[in-house]
Design a protein around this ligand. Structure first.
Ligand code: PGA
Length: 252
């Protein structure tokens, strides 16, 4: 049985003090939950978030990291830096990073490898655009993204990776994939993992859905056979909504 994972992706929202206040508001619900709870925060919020989450069930995630250990990469943050402040997860290859910051499948792969080397759980994002869905290439595209992200990663390490299926057309648009659409792709991703690594890894790896998941639709999505949790943007910024989603995962 896979433990469900509910991850709030704050994106470029919340100052450190606002982040601490939000963590304090969700702590009680997180502690009572049977799922894992993660908050993905801007770099500047991470130390305060780790401190606020200390002693609770909430784990803290970065939203990105660099793939080199150190060096002349102005403005970047390394895995060792994240690790030292107590960060245990990082988002990698979010579609906003791919679109606005020139992330490629290659950098996604390098970052995934580097995160694993540093005992940081990578939450690797994949997902098709509306154009790709409408032209019937979504599944091929996602299979390619998954395969390239995991290139060179051992089966043992692959078990630790979390994949988030986030159709770009559903992110921040209020247009959620239907329960069936989301589950179909998550099941397809699991088939790809089976082909790459076998059923042991495929049965272990957690595959999340993301894209306008909210307090109203979470229960339906989280009840699906192949959806092991959610990566939640907008609704993770409101404590009552995020708590409703955490409870939906506990009850799924
Ligand atoms: P959304 O964002 O929930 O606001 O659609 C999800 C994400 O981009 O991770």
């Amino acid at each position: 049985m896979r433990t469900k994972l509910i991850a709030g992706n704050w994106k470029m929202n919340n100052t450190p003090s606002q982040g601490v206040a939000l963590i304090n508001e969700i702590k009680e619900t997180a502690n009572a939950a049977s799922c894992d709870v993660v908050v993905c925060t801007p770099y500047i919020c991470l130390p305060a978030a780790v401190q606020a989450a200390n002693g609770s069930k909430i784990a803290v995630s970065a939203e990105n990291m660099h793939f080199e250990d150190k060096g002349a990469f102005t403005g970047e943050i390394s895995a060792a830096m994240l690790k030292e402040v107590g960060v245990t997860y990082t988002v990698i290859g979010h579609s906003e990073r791919r679109e606005y910051f020139a992330e490629t499948d290659k950098t996604v792969n390098l970052k995934t490898i580097k995160a694993l080397e540093n005992d940081i759980v990578p939450i690797v994002c994949v997902g098709e655009s509306l154009e790709q869905r409408e032209s019937g290439v979504a599944f091929d595209f996602i299979a390619m993204q998954v395969k390239l992200a995991l290139n060179g990663i051992s089966a043992e390490d692959a078990k630790k990776v979390v994949i988030a299926y986030e159709p770009i057309w559903a992110i921040g648009t209020g247009k959620t994939a239907t329960d069936e659409q989301a589950n179909e792709v998550c099941a397809f991703i699991r088939q790809q993992i089976t082909a790459l690594y076998g059923t042991d890894v495929a049965d272990t790896m957690r595959i999340l859905y993301g894209g306008s998941m909210n307090a109203g639709n979470a229960a339906g999505l989280l009840a699906q056979s192949d959806i092991d949790g959610g990566l939640i943007g907008g609704a993770s910024l409101k404590a009552p909504d995020f708590c409703t989603i955490i409870n939906a995962a506990t009850n799924a």
